[in-house]
Design a protein around this ligand. Sequence first.
Ligand SMILES: [Mn+2]
Length: 290
Amino acid sequence: MERRFALVEAAVSCGSPTRGSEGAFDALVDAGLAAAFGGARLLPMEKLAPCPQWPAGLRHLDTVMAVCRRLRANVLDALESGEYPVVIGGDHSCAMGSLAALGEFYGAENLAVVYVDAHTDINTERTSESGCIHGMDLAAACGLCCGALTVGRNRVNLLGENLHIIGARSIDPPEYGIVERVGAHLHTAGEVRERGLEAALGEVLPALEGKRVHISFDVDVLDPAEFTATGYNIPKGLTLAQVERVLSAVLDTGLTVSFECVEYNPAMDPGKRDLNTLMSILKMVSEKLK
Ligand SMILES: [Mn+2]
C-alpha cells in the first residue's frame, strides 16, 4: 500500500532567540513540498505572537507550550489516520510536541530517536543559562524537566537509551552529564571527523532494530559553508553529503515512523540558496519513503 503523508506545521520560533523559523512551513510548501510528498495532507497552524512572560526563567513558555500541545494533537491525528507525519518547524522546542504524540502512540519503550543536530538540546530548566526552550526538548521528552514542560499525557515519552545524537558540536558542560546519566548515545561532529561517519552509523543502525524510529533533523547540523539560514552558524559541521548519508541510512532501515525538520529560517535566506538545498534534502527523504 502506498504511504500517505501529513505535512504538519510547528509554527514556533520563540523557543529560540531568533525570529523567522515560524515561516519555514509556508516557504517549503510554496516551494512544492506537498507535491514532493505525494500530495500530502497539510496540517498548518496559526502563528501565535510570542507571549511576553518568562515564568521560571523559561522564555515565552506559554506560547511554546501552546504550539507543542497543538502539534501533539496534529501529529496524533496524522498517526491515527494512518499517515506518516513530516513535521516542519519552527525551532526545535516543537520536538516536545512531536515526541509526546509519538511516545503516546507507540509507547516510549518502543520509540527510538535519531537526533541530527549541532546541539544536544538536553538542558533542563535548572541547567539552561539562556532559558531558551529549544535547548531543553530532549530533557523534557525524557521526563527530566518541570511539569510546566510536560506536553500531553505522559511525563516520559522517550527513554535516554533509545536516543542517538549525531553531529553535535555546541554542547553545554552540564549536558554531557545529562547525556551520560540518561544513557543516550552521543556521536559528536568531532568524533565523526576523527572516526568517520560509518563508524557512528555502525553503532546507531543496529541499535534501532525492533524500534519505531523518529528522525529529528536540525539544519544547523550542516556546516556553515553549505547552509547558513538558521539561528546558529556553528563551524566544523557535517557536510551536505554526510547529512544525506545519515538520513538515507536511517530511512533505509525501513523502521522510521516520522520525520521532523527544524530551524530553517527563510528570513535569513533572501536568495533562497538554502531553501533549494533543503528542498533537495527533503525530496531525497520523500523518495526514500515512497
Ligand atoms: Mn540545533
